[in-house]
Design a protein around this ligand. Sequence first.
Ligand code: PLP
Length: 404
Amino acid sequence: MYRPAARLAEIEPFHVVELLTRARQLEAEGRDIIHMEVGEPDFPTPDPIAEAAIDAIRQGHTRYTETLGLPALREAISRFYGERYGVDVPAGRIAVTNGASGALNLAFACLAESGSQWLLADPGYPCNRHILRTFSGRPQNIPVGPESNFQPTPDQVRQYWQPETAGLLVASPANPTGTLLSLDDTRALANVCREKNGHFLVDEIYHGLTYPEGDAPTDTPPDVPSACAAGDDIWIINSFSKYFQMTGWRLGWMVIPEAYVRDVEKLAQNLTLCPSTPAQYGALAAFLPETIAILESRRLEFRHRRDFLAPALERIGFRIIARPEGAFYLYCDCSALTDDSFTLARRLLEETGVAATPGVDFGFNAPEKHIRFAYTTNIERLAEAADRLGRYFNRQGQSGAIGA
Ligand SMILES: Cc1ncc(COP(=O)(O)O)c(C=O)c1O
């Protein structure tokens, strides 16, 4: 008997996975594929983190920890907020989780009533709407575009808020656009949520990987405030995956409004018991000055790649419509080159060996016009990709096939 829960009908796969499967097939046939579809850093986890985890395993730290994480790690994260952002976030409000994914699951398990509606930016990170559905909430997309730097505005939040709306989730830097919310914008959004008596969640998973306009390329972290500074009633989602380059370790954290800490703890006791123990011991080394020095040099490298790739794509005919001040993505308008970005992504893979993610993976807001390139590969490979794409569109132009 096959009878999955009805909610499964609403859970969609990641379309890019289909592309990735095809990319792997082509690689198995000997083709050279340039991966620009992947949403994870290409750098290995910094050595001090890896060494700390290996030592911990050797010393026998392989059993469950406290449900909300090692007290020393919660303290280290709390100190990080003080040192980097100048905000006081008590360790008692920090839950260490299984990645930002674990944090989002716990947050919605804690907050989403059956049928409650949640406002999400479109385009946005697709798993959000599926996590919500898993907990019987309802996603309500807010279409966002270049006029608001692909972030929802307070007016839009008011406009889309319904009696059944329970809250708003934003991301800064955002996926797929890499755009930031200023602290003033965050405060304004928080105020609308307060007015409406709703929850406000900010996903800061790409925090640290920021290259704000006007900021000189140096290896000291730029001054990009955390939404923590906008109020202690805001739920902050974060992770060791991206800035700390620990995607496979499955470790993240969440800053929880005080009143909900015990609720999240009860849920985590039942849903996950605790985050990975070796990963937590590794993460204790994530905030050491020697680790931060490695991460900052890599941040500069990401910035360098962005500054190389954006004009290279524009020369080919892609339009960079979002201000990509963070993460490692360029979200492009490709409507001058095609009216179907999904087909384009497939053709680019087959004919040029360049893999990118079509807009359809990020929502319903003109996905056919957009495509996301991740600069998670080195500059030589990015140059090669730009070269291949340039030649492809030249051939298309000569044969009059552009737009087909
Ligand atoms: C915006 C956003 N939030 C959350 C996640 C989940 O990340 P993780 O569970 O690896 O921390 C991702 C992953 O790509 C993401 O892009």
